[in-house]
Write a protein that binds this ligand. Structure first.
Ligand SMILES: *[C@@H]1O[C@H](CO)[C@@H](O)[C@H](O)[C@H]1NC(C)=O
Length: 237
């Protein structure tokens, strides 16, 4: 278990090291050395987060497991049609997988909340400004998640294309005209908001891990979805 914390800490180091460039950028800002600020922020975070705490490790596993699970299962379905055959059709199969994904996401949010409650608040984050920024982020995040769900529908949101349930055309209206992946960035904004509202340093670290997990998932999902739609357009020619 204690391995996941050292990995998380180690991953932060290259970013901080790469900032060692001569400072001639910050004259207008009282010559504030932002690279040093970054470094102290990292060190402060490290001091305020217990990476060995089991609730932290469980939350990390839940965060990493979810996108891994739905990508592996959806690709397996796309290759073999096993789930569709089991449920007697792609629609019911997709609804069932969607339901499991929702449950997993509820568990992920729960485990993040447990980890935040298990660890100390951070006094520098304890302020009304931070609190209301958190509230605003949660409103924005919920808006993005709900509006993209309404735009995509259930099967569009929950990997329907892997089941052969394709959308007629790419959804390009709100919120997809703001960001390409409003569901993921909305969800990330929700976690960041939660961390700010709870003045929780461990919440910040877990939010960063959520963002990285989504970024990695998108690397796999983007090209695959494109390929599925390309196959259809080739077939219809
Ligand atoms: C996105 O679409 C919505 C609704 O159609 C519109 O109100 C909004 O201005 C658009 N935003 C951008 C950045 O194009």
């Amino acid at each position: 278990m204690s391995d996941c914390d050292t990995a998380a800490v180690r991953n932060n180091n290259p970013a901080t090291n790469s900032h060692r460039v001569p400072l001639d950028c910050c004259g207008g800002l009282n010559n504030v050395d932002y690279s040093k600020m970054d470094l102290t922020l990292m060190e402060e975070l490290r001091k305020h987060v217990d990476f060995r705490d089991s609730s932290f490790c469980i939350a990390v596993i839940a965060i990493v497991f979810n996108p891994l699970f739905w990508n592996v299962v959806a690709r397996w379905e796309h290759r073999t049609r096993t789930i569709s055959r089991f449920f007697g059709g792609p629609h019911l199969a997709c609804y069932c997988l969607g339901f499991v994904i929702v449950l997993l996401n509820v568990y992920r949010s729960h485990s993040v909340t447990v980890a935040m409650k298990a660890q100390a608040r951070w006094d520098v984050m304890d302020g009304t400004g931070v609190f209301y920024t958190g509230v605003a982020l949660m409103v924005l995040g919920t808006l993005l998640v709900v509006s993209s769900f309404l735009a995509l529908g259930f099967t569009g949101t929950f990997l329907g294309d892997y089941f052969g349930i394709l959308m007629d055309e790419k959804v390009s209206g709100f919120p997809f005209n703001i960001t390409e992946n409003p569901m993921y960035w909305g969800s990330t904004a929700n976690y960041l908001g939660l961390a700010l509202i709870g003045a929780s340093p461990v919440g910040l670290v877990l939010t960063a891990i959520v963002a990285v997990a989504y970024k990695v998932a998108l690397r796999f999902e983007g090209p695959f979805t494109e390929q599925i739609y390309q196959e259809r357009s080739q077939r219809s020619k």
